[in-house]
Design a protein around this ligand. Structure first.
Ligand code: ME8
Length: 640
């Protein structure tokens, strides 16, 4: 029988090397759900990626002195590494600068245009660059973006519009007919009352005042509005609009699209309207989760109060961080992040409850039975309660996970952990061990403890993908597990445990908080965003030398190239081809001293073998200036 499919997406992230723990929240939640569904036997497709076009990126790239593509290329690897660090098991990572995506988005635009849903007009109103969103005069009456509160700018330009207003009734009908489409329900009311009922305006879906975007297929002077480009990723990633739509046919419509509450409007109004225009089915569910806040306000990279997931994962471990995020904040509501809460949770839930349960059990099986539980085991008081709670916990966790209520699922799983710890106190193995005649009962107690821990290792696996196999190794069982394994006691084989390290060491709260305070005071080294940094040893690999231009001629086959003959101090003339013919005539250069990259691999450029390159600066979009040096500097002098 073919497996049932499950398609889950996160938003695609704006490329930034300052992602904070709030960003990790969406991906960690999606990852837990994806892992759970895989364990249940679903054929899962889990998508995440980066949203790389738009004015904001173009501006940031300009500020960093690099092209937008270089800017995003530099940042994206860091984001991929962050997801690896957080053990995100995505099946695909889409970049909106991927060629297949760009082509498919043009097809999407064209299809909507051919349908008559797009027309040309003038955009006049306010624009919020950080949110890449348009606002009317009334919405931004105080000159501030209603979403983020930052300044908006007045814009007027020729633009293409999508007939969003024509979809208002269809959206309302759809919401009514599909009560699970927007969750939590309160978000749906917000969309209906704040946006649809007051009147949907047509949506501006092209820009012509900047260039960094996908060209509009019917008019290359315009680029496609970044949200149409970005939202399309959910289907282009599956090959929609390409020659091979197999994955699209297999996985679309998505089962769950997770988004933060700040972008729910884009996902529950624009996105379904675009899909309706294309005649494609809508996702089953868009879930808008709440914010992870800091005490005293919103977490934000621009406000400087960043909580770095890399630092947190390094200090406390990835699983502790994943556990904390999904346990502490009820999915759908806002929650507050604090180091103190995180450490308290690690100490109480992970070190005390879970860690102790495992280490005590493994130690007792070692002490009383040399590591292997005997076949001869007796049942006794308290067993039934533990056994039935384990079965109930499986059902409860399933119910919560199917509703994306991660915190409730973890709360119930921890009830089973506490109950199992209580079972140790009730059965008092140390007392049983005093009398040889209790040996079978003692074995029964140890077996039940191992069974309960085995079940717990399955229940926590979606949330804590590293801890589950560590626990299972200590129980001496197969590291990987399927969800159905967690319902009932009665594993036929017996257990041979393996003592391991403490899973979650306790943290000294006072000391740790003091260290964090001291760390906060350390000044962060200045690191401009979007520029890949290199170490001094990398710079040392580049050999820069002073050289004099002895001769210079145009290259016949290439309008842009000049062929230079240099004196690099070595005694032998050196030939270098340089793409500066647009800015310099040969006579401007002869006799000048320049900076030569002397150890560049030779390359043949339009028939000229070039041995090195000379340094020049991009001074404006169309102005390049060679770097001339002091004429008194000797040829061959090393620059460092
Ligand atoms: O919005 N708490 O990208 P993004 C919880 N490119 N979630 C948070 C958060 C916080 N403190 N801060 C951010 C974008 N997020 C667009 C999406 S999708 C077609 C395009 C969440 O990098 C935020 O709500 O600004 C969003 O779900 C995700 O991080 C990416 O945010």
């Amino acid at each position: 029988m073919e497996k049932k499919t499950f398609y889950i997406t996160t938003p695609i992230y704006y490329p930034s090397d300052k992602l904070h723990i709030g960003h990790g929240y969406t991906t960690v939640a999606a990852d837990a759900e994806a892992r759970y569904k895989r364990m249940c036997g679903y054929d899962v497709f889990f998508l995440t990626g980066t949203d790389e076009h738009g004015q904001k990126i173009e501006d940031k790239a300009k500020a960093a002195g690099v092209t937008p593509k270089a800017y995003v290329d530099n940042v994206v690897d860091g984001i991929k590494k962050l997801w690896e660090l957080l053990d995100i098991s995505n099946d695909k990572f889409i970049r909106t600068t991927d060629e297949y995506h760009e082509k498919a988005v043009q097809k999407i635009f064209q299809r909507m245009y051919d349908k008559g849903d797009i027309y040309k007009g003038y955009y006049e109103g306010y624009y919020c660059k950080p949110c890449e969103s348009f606002w009317t005069d009334t919405q931004a009456a105080d000159g501030k973006c209603p979403d983020c509160g930052r300044e908006v700018t007045k814009e007027r330009e020729e633009a293409y519009f999508f007939k969003l207003s024509a979809y208002a009734d269809k959206l309302l009908e759809y919401y009514d007919a599909h009560p699970g489409f927007i969750e939590p329900k309160s978000r749906q009311n917000e969309m209906v009352n704040n946006f649809i009922k007051p009147g949907l305006q047509d949506l501006c879906i092209s820009r012509s005042s900047f260039k960094w975007g996908i060209p509009v297929p019917v008019n290359e002077e315009h680029v496609i509005y970044v949200w149409l480009d970005a939202l399309s990723n959910y289907i282009t990633a599956l090959g929609y609009g390409s020659e091979d739509e197999t994955l699209y046919k297999k996985y679309w419509p998505a089962d769950v699209q997770l988004v933060g509450k700040d972008i729910i409007r884009f996902h529950t109004i624009y996105w379904p309207a675009f899909l309706m225009s294309l005649g494609e089915p809508l996702p089953e569910k868009v879930f808008g989760h709440g914010w992870v806040l800091l005490e005293g306000g919103k977490m934000s990279k621009s406000k400087g109060n960043v909580v770095d997931p890399v630092v947190l994962a390094e200090r406390y471990g990835v699983d502790a961080l994943r556990y904390y995020l999904l346990r502490e904040v009820a999915f759908g509501s806002d929650g507050v992040f604090s180091n103190e809460n995180l450490i308290n949770r690690i100490n109480s839930d992970l070190a005390n409850d879970l860690g102790n349960l495992v280490s005590r059990t493994v130690a007792m099986v070692g002490k009383y039975f040399g590591g292997t539980i005997p076949e001869n085991r007796a049942p006794g008081e308290f067993d039934d309660e533990l056994i039935s709670l384990a079965a109930e916990t499986k059902q409860a966790a399933e119910g919560w996970l199917d509703k994306l209520m991660f915190s409730n699922a973890l709360t119930d799983i921890w009830k089973l952990i506490s109950r199992t710890n209580k079972y140790i106190d009730e059965t008092a193995p140390w007392t049983l061990a005093k009398d040889e005649s209790n040996s079978a009962r003692l074995a029964g107690v140890m077996y039940n403890l191992c069974e309960s821990i085995r079940i717990i290792s399955v229940l926590i696996a979606p949330f804590m993908p590293n801890t589950s196999p560590v626990i299972r190794r200590q129980l001496g069982i197969d590291e990987s597990c399927l969800w159905d394994e967690c319902g009932v006691f009665g594993r036929e084989k017996t257990y041979t445990v393996v003592k391991g390290d403490i899973i979650f060491p306790r943290i000294d709260l006072e000391k740790e908080l003091a260290e964090l305070e001291a760390k906060k005071a350390e000044k962060e080294p200045c690191k401009p965003e979007g520029i890949a940094q290199i170490g001094i040893e990398d710079f040392g690999k580049v050999e820069l030398r002073v050289a004099e231009i002895k001769d210079c001629v145009p290259v016949k086959r290439a309008k842009k190239l000049l062929q230079l003959t240099l004196d690099d101090g070595s005694g032998a003339p050196r030939t270098v081809a340089s793409g500066i013919a647009e800015w310099y005539a040969p006579q401007d250069l002869i006799g000048k001293k320049i900076v030569l990259v002397a150890n560049l691999k030779p390359a043949v450029l339009c028939g000229v073998e070039s041995n090195g390159m000379i340094l020049a600066a991009d001074c404006a979009e169309k102005d390049v200036r060679v770097i001339f040096v002091d004429p008194d500097m000797p040829c061959g002098a090393k620059i460092r």
